[in-house]
Design a protein around this ligand. Sequence first.
Ligand SMILES: Cc1ncc(COP(=O)(O)O)c(C=O)c1O
Length: 407
Amino acid sequence: MSDDGCQCSSLRVLKALASSITQSGVDWDELARAYDLAPEILYLNHASIGTIPRAIASARHRYLDLCETNPWLYIWGGAWEKERQDTRRRAAALMRCDADEVAITHNTTEGINVLAQGLPLGPGDEVLFSSMNHPGASVCWQQQAARRGFKVRRFEFPVAEADSMSADDIAAIYREQVRDATRVLVFPHVDNIVGFRYPLRQMASMAHELGVEFVVVDAAQAVGMIPVDVGASGVDFYATSPHKWLQAPKGTGLLYLRKAMQERVQPMWTTWGQARWKGTVRVFEDYGTRGMPEVLALGDALRFHDELGERRKHARLRDLWEHTRALVDATLRIRWRSPRDWKSSSSLYAVEVGGVNAPEAGQRLYEQHGIVLRAFGGAELNTFRLSPNVMTSKKQIERVVRIAAAL
Ligand SMILES: Cc1ncc(COP(=O)(O)O)c(C=O)c1O
């Protein structure tokens, strides 16, 4: 596609969404019509996987079609080189870091794998994380530890107390666990169980002061949902999955590697063409032939996010959060199990319904009412996780609370 063709495609995306986004604000009901979520479904699981506006899905199809007209040109011939770099620049602006610190990956799991395989670790070294880490940010360290002789220490986080914790409490819990051997600390920016928003800057400076060399953040649940300032946070690595909150095509990821840290990481993939990317962040995304239409459509999703406006999106999610909390607090059988102040919370929250087994009831909610959410069970948890995005309506949330209260 010529530059003009691509620009035209991106403009079409914005034009298709223009009826809902105006200078005076966003018409959220109108915006909800820009998606293809099935009407019989009530989708409250953007934390597992997001959805994308129809216009971005169409743009992706156009890129796929075009690619098939001359595959070599678009994949290897450099026809989309400018667009690839534009996607990187937009991603860097979103995360508030430099473009040469952003690798375009496929998801958070890949980003964390790059680090688990590439950081210089060996016998005597420890990687530390808590039970709040998603398996995608945990199991690769365990596999590498068995192969290379370093240790992984996973401690139990008191998740049942999360609803009364502050950011200071979180930092103190981790501080207590750091040992002389701890070289890597891994934690989520927003965890996927109760949606606690970790104090990045505080965590990074605590860890570095205690001698931790590499601070690794799993940001699968943060980018696109809350404003982030990775550059100023002091963390060393930050991996995310734009196919959740940023509303980008499935299988698109971003990995921030602080410039000064890049030479400490061995690239995970070894390819025939890698030498040309030596010394640049692109060694961490070069795995051979890549699906470029997704990279371009990720650029469109970033453009859409800009157009929607980070502040407006965050305010919308906060509004939905406040609405849900007020409903839950007014419903005797339902208890809020996530942080109670928005600064520590997020658009991912846990509620418990008295006398109900959440995993079992979650299945019924889906089968009988079309409600898509995630349920957690176990020794400490028996919760439904609600994770609405901007197109979720207050009416939908009211319906879910009403149905949950009658379970
Ligand atoms: C906190 C967290 N980390 C990592 C992942 C894995 O995401 P992906 O499959 O996009 O790598 C998830 C998925 O839900 C998650 O919630």
